[in-house]
Write a protein that binds this ligand. Structure first.
Ligand SMILES: [Zn+2]
Length: 315
């Protein structure tokens, strides 16, 4: 190993990162949509679990501030986010109040502005904002990777103006619709000066406020297992984008790891070798889903996720 590479790896892997966790929910007590719903009974069980196991539920802003200041984020911190701004949140609000748990709603402005019956109104949001934070989840909830740069900017600007008009402030956080993004999309959204951007990649908080991983909670989620997931600092070289065939995976991790496990959506886990801090494996997998997750895992449930999304425009 060259000295330069060694120096790079040493500085790359000695940075602080956080094993705190951000949960993402969608609907509450609404069994019409089992794939996005959490019953109130289940939510109460999860809140009780957090309380009993000494997790501290904190506002998203606390985590974001620590990351921006380069300070250590306590591992027992948990942030609760709720995407889309569904009306059913009002059913869960009393439980949040009872446990005194802060939350961040990430809302799409279009359904709210058009008063779709399933969504919180501007008035609801004003009332709710006394108890939690409200962030942004795009205007029209598009698949961002199917839009041009111009269209992404337009969707974002439209939503931000509505936000300011109805709630009196610009939101600080952006969450990708469907959790879909790539490096180009990330770059476009970073120009709007959000203090944090949230995805839906499985993982702990990590060290980058513009790439915050979240754990999806739906139905009877295994909260205990989810909270056991730790952050693996990794430099993904391949894949960077979606191809019909996933030929190869190449990732740099801390050279202290000698073996790892690799997951690809539709193919499950396999064991892979780590040589001098590098995982390099030929796969030739025909991808089965438009949204494919590639996950690298080492001991102590440390994981890093790379999401690749099929798109007409960016591939
Ligand atoms: Zn959404």
């Amino acid at each position: 190993m060259s000295l330069r590479l060694l120096l790079f790896l040493t500085s790359f892997f000695s940075l602080l990162w956080a094993d705190a966790h951000i949960l993402v929910y969608h609907r509450f007590g609404d069994n019409r949509y089992p794939t996005t719903n959490t019953s109130l009974k289940e939510l109460k069980r999860e809140f009780e679990y957090l309380k009993r196991h000494n997790y501290q539920v904190v506002p998203l802003s606390w985590v974001v501030e620590k990351l921006h200041n380069g300070e250590k984020v306590p591992n027992n911190w948990v942030v609760i986010t709720i995407d889309d701004g569904f009306k059913s949140f009002l059913k869960a609000l009393p439980l949040f109040k009872k446990y005194n748990y802060p939350f961040t709603l990430l809302i799409s402005t279009k359904p709210t502005n058009l008063r779709y019956p399933d969504f919180l109104t501007w008035r609801d949001l004003k009332r709710v904002s006394k108890f939690g934070e409200i962030g942004f989840h795009s205007h029209s909830h598009p698949h961002l990777l199917n839009l041009s740069k111009k269209e992404i900017i337009k969707d974002t600007k439209t939503g931000l103006e509505l936000f300011k008009k109805h709630l009196g402030f610009f939101p600080k956080y952006y969450a990708y619709p469907y959790g879909e993004y790539n490096l180009e999309v990330e770059k476009i959204l970073k120009e709007f000066n959000f203090t944090a951007i949230l995805n839906q990649d499985r993982g702990a908080v990590g060290d980058n406020p513009f790439r915050l991983n979240r754990l999806a909670m739906v139905g009877k989620s295994n909260l205990k297992a989810a909270l056991r997931v730790n952050h693996l600092k990794a430099n993904w070289i391949k894949p960077q984008r979606y191809f019909k065939i996933l030929k190869e995976v190449e990732v740099e991790i801390d050279p202290k790891y000698k073996k790892a496990f690799l997951y690809v959506t539709g193919y499950g886990w396999r064991r892979v070798k780590v040589r001098n801090g590098k995982v390099k494996v030929k796969l030739g997998y025909k991808l089965k889903r438009a949204r494919t997750r590639v996950i690298l895992k080492v001991k102590n449930s440390k994981i890093s996720t790379k999401l690749i999304v099929r798109s007409k425009r960016w591939n």
